[in-house]
Design a protein around this ligand. Sequence first.
Ligand code: HEM
Length: 393
Amino acid sequence: MTDQQLTYSPFDPEMIADPYPVYRELRDSAPVYWSPETSSWVLSRYDDVAAALTDPTTYSSASGVYPTPPGVDMTELFLPMLVMSDPPRHTQLRQLVSKAFTPRRIAALEMGVHAIVHDLLDQAPSDGTWDFVAGFSGPLPAIVIADMLGVPREDRDRFRTWSTTLVQSNPIRGEMGPGLDAAAALYDYFSTFLAERRARPEDDLMSALVQAEVEGQHLSEDELLGFCLLLLVAGHETTTNLLSNGAVLLAEHPESRHQLSEDRDLVPLAVEELLRYDSPVQGIGRTLTRQVELHGQRMEPGDSVLLLFGSANRDERAFPDAEVFDIGRRPERHVALGRGIHFCLGASLARMETRIALDVLLDRRTFNWDVDLSGAERLRSGPIRGFASLPVQ
Ligand code: HEM
């Protein structure tokens, strides 16, 4: 198949339903593929994606992390964000937020996560159909982030609406209106809390972010608001969909679910395999700062490049039997959480939430849930793979 016959359209409903056959074609026939739809190059092989992630001097994040049409600059649409910055600014910002987002703060959430998981499952009907997204995978990360930041849990539905609207707006067509409205509402919401925490600090992440200091530098108001937006979208939509995709995969692989329920030491490995096999973040963009030649294709400075994590993690050149879901494998090399300087700041939190959710689900539901994919609704997002609703029996 030639480049011309191949079509990569990340927002196309067929691609959203199952992108993996197209990824395979891309890896095999066009590992450096020019996608007219996204006006960007698409890298789909594991080695190429991993190399790009660890070379931020060539593959810059400073112009945004998803392709936009010519003339649309994502960094002008949003307040400054860690994920959309390069060194040296990225190094300073990451040091500042890491002062507040500490392993101790995350470890302290563990008991709370257990309680939230039990509480949500207590509200599930004992028989009949339950929307896993509305009842469980959506609220869990939203409540955890609300608790961590120190804002009321009751506002979680607003968090969900904002973050789901943001990830479903389509930057490649420049259709960002609803996403920008959601961002504006979110900035407005958090600016009130930030003012309160400046006046009266509490023992929460937002107060710690306001106070964080490295060599006399603090985060500016815009950087604080930008980080709140990033935390909400990066920390919420991703974990929600790891949980939803995981519920589907384990229902489709009852033998793995049985094995997990018998041997809980396998749960952390299963979380890694879920991340690899059906990655919640399918692709992230970069912009080239210099000319790069790869697999015979020349890419020019200023070109946009999409790194397909979802494809890299299914690359048989990196993972034997990559298309097989196997909770016994050790898929540590996956790039579902990124790699290099932008490696996911919330990785340990996401892993902890998913591990506890799986453990408790297996305890309480004793491997007997079923999903109804015919009644499920996929998230209409290019970068994020998952569900808007997922009926579970
Ligand atoms: C399953 C869940 C998650 C997945 C799959 C995921 C995935 C990712 C990926 C792929 C990146 C790299 C972006 C890049 O290279 O441009 C990233 C960065 C980031 N993630 Fe996560 N993430 C998850 C959960 C979380 C959580 C729970 C939080 C926080 C509450 C979080 C906060 C962040 C932040 C702040 C960054 C930016 C880091 C930087 O630019 O230095 N993520 N995440």
